[in-house]
Design a protein. Sequence first.
Length: 65
Amino acid sequence: WIHYLQSETVDEETEYSKFEKDEAACKPDVENLAEQCRSQNLPENAPESLQAACGELQRLLPLLK
């Protein structure tokens, strides 16, 4: 998902490199994703698994209150 958030073309089958020893580099992208999920403003071209995860997050958030 991070590669998608960094505007790369991705698919659900390919394995992508990790950010070993530089995990913090993706923090702004993760914060952006969190906001997109919270506001239900995820782009339509987001990977299906990411769309499903955001939907699940929306389902679970009320249970945490």
